[in-house]
Design a protein around this ligand. Structure first.
Ligand code: PHE
Length: 459
């Protein structure tokens, strides 16, 4: 254990894991997914998945990691024997692919920080048109996403407590404070309450399979579940940590940031007379509007500050995404950490190039004829995140239920939480992992496959 490094204490782990969870998923993806899928109804389904399905899965992932003390592949293999390692490999591949496009979007956020603070973005007027031009311009994107990958690699090279943990400690609380400040401001704007209604008053007619499916994918993505990030982080904690409470804290922090992001964005959307169904451009189009209204100097400071923090939130997530394949190569292949980090970072950056060029820069990537004319970025995000992460969670549940067994998991959790055994939380976690999650996630997966490839829907 000592030679692999580890988190220095409980709060270090919780903040790093929450740092992994809180990211573009909360501030960029959550609001636009909610906007496209019926606002409050989406929020409700998302909360259901987060607390009922994802929380137990998070407890499971961290337990697997701590029991085995290895990377995602090594952990499954050590506990389950030979073939189960494939579950870990599947997660590692998802991590690589997610990072490849995530880094591109992080590059946009980085570019927005610079353009707002030091450039003339706030004078643009038509922020929608600006966003379109911006993401289609591969020159800037290339530079910013390369910068982002380099910064990520720098921190991952420094290891667990020196890099990952230190970065999370300061950034997370600051993000929280600035979000709250902006929300208070945005709620005072005209028509803001229409946004609040859209976001908080559920309309049952908006409930359909698409909403359920998007909310499920979003819950897994946002909590960094289903691909071994928390197995990997769990392998760096010591036995006296209370996994059940740590997982609860991580979940609550993540949900709070997503919830607050929605509470900021929807009042703004409605006060600016925009539509909530805008899609991936939503925050990039709507937010500059309030920063512009704050006046040139204040707008630059607050707007720049906001996008800088968004970059930091993204950074604590890219760090965890990169750590997953790094830990695999270091633990399994005994390769030197530093070289592995740089080589993987370069490789993943290259894998991300088609995604970067898929926002208008190169027509062939921007509209895939074999994928509903969606972009390459959409394709990677849907396959490796929306579909694969819930599948990863389903397979992990099956692994615990039928291979590792829940009593072994309880024993592992009991190390840092003696009262866990026999508690109501234990019963809840076990029911979800043995019954609810495999059935529900399995059905969702089968339905997705049928509807995507055969246009058949079970529901
Ligand atoms: N949870 C991160 C976010 O919300 C993204 C992520 C997914 C990070 C999977 C690690 C693993 O931005």
């Amino acid at each position: 254990m000592a030679s692999r490094g580890g988190f220095s204490n409980r709060i270090g782990f919780v903040l790093a894991a929450a740092g992994s969870a809180v990211g573009l998923g909360n501030i960029w993806k959550f609001p636009y997914e909610a906007g496209q899928n019926g606002g409050a109804m989406f929020l409700l389904v998302y909360l259901f998945f987060t607390f009922i399905i994802c929380y137990p899965i998070m407890v499971g992932e961290i337990s697997i990691g701590r029991r085995a003390g290895k990377d995602a592949y090594g952990s499954y293999k050590k506990i389950g024997g030979g073939r189960w390692g494939i579950l870990g490999l599947f997660g590692i591949i998802c991590g690589v692919m997610i990072l490849s496009f995530y880094n591109v979007v992080a590059g946009w956020a980085f570019g927005y920080f610079l353009e707002i603070s030091f450039g003339s973005l706030l004078k643009e007027g038509d922020f929608g048109a600006f966003f379109g031009r911006y993401t289609a311009d591969y020159g800037d994107n290339f530079i910013f996403s390369i910068c982002f990958m380099i910064i990520t690699a720098f921190i991952v090279v420094r290891g667990i407590s020196g890099g990952i943990e230190k970065a999370s400690r300061i950034l997370m609380p600051t993000l929280f404070i600035i979000l709250i400040g902006l929300i208070i401001y945005s709620l005072t704007l005209e028509n803001a309450m229409d946004g609040v209604r859209f976001y908080l008053l559920p309309d049952p007619s908006k409930l359909n399979i698409e909403t359920i499916y998007s909310a499920l994918g979003q819950a897994f993505f946002s909590l960094s579940l289903g691909m071994g990030a928390l197995i990997t982080y769990g392998s760096y904690i010591d036995k006296n940590q209370n996994i059940a409470t740590s997982a609860a804290m991580i979940t609550v922090m993540d949900v709070s940031v997503a919830f607050l992001a929605g509470l900021l964005i929807f009042p703004l959307v409605f006060s600016q007379g925009q539509t909530p169904t805008e899609g991936p451009g939503l925050v990039f189009v709507v937010l500059p509007g309030i920063f512009e209204a704050m006046g040139p100097l204040v707008g630059r400071i607050i707007g720049g500050g906001f996008f800088l923090l968004l970059c930091f939130a993204a950074l604590t997530s890219t760090i965890s995404l990169l750590e997953v394949p790094v830990a695999f190569l270091v633990d399994e292949k005994k390769l030197p950490r530093k070289a592995v980090v740089w080589i993987l970072a370069a490789f993943i950056f290259l894998v991300g190039l088609p995604s970067m060029l898929s926002q208008g820069a190169v027509e062939a990537f921007s509209s895939l004829s074999w994928y509903d004319d969606k972009s390459f970025l959409d394709f990677v995000a849907e396959v490796f995140s929306d579909i694969s992460l819930p599948l990863g969670g389903c397979l992990m549940s099956i692994f615990i239920a039928y291979r590792w067994k829940t009593y072994n998991m309880s024993e592992e959790i009991g190390n840092g939480y003696p009262a866990y055994k026999g508690s109501i939380i234990e019963k809840f976690v076990n029911v979800v992992i043995t019954i609810l999650a495999p059935i529900m996630l399995g059905l969702m997966f089968i339905n997705t496959m049928l509807s995507k490839f055969f246009e058949i829907s079970m529901f």
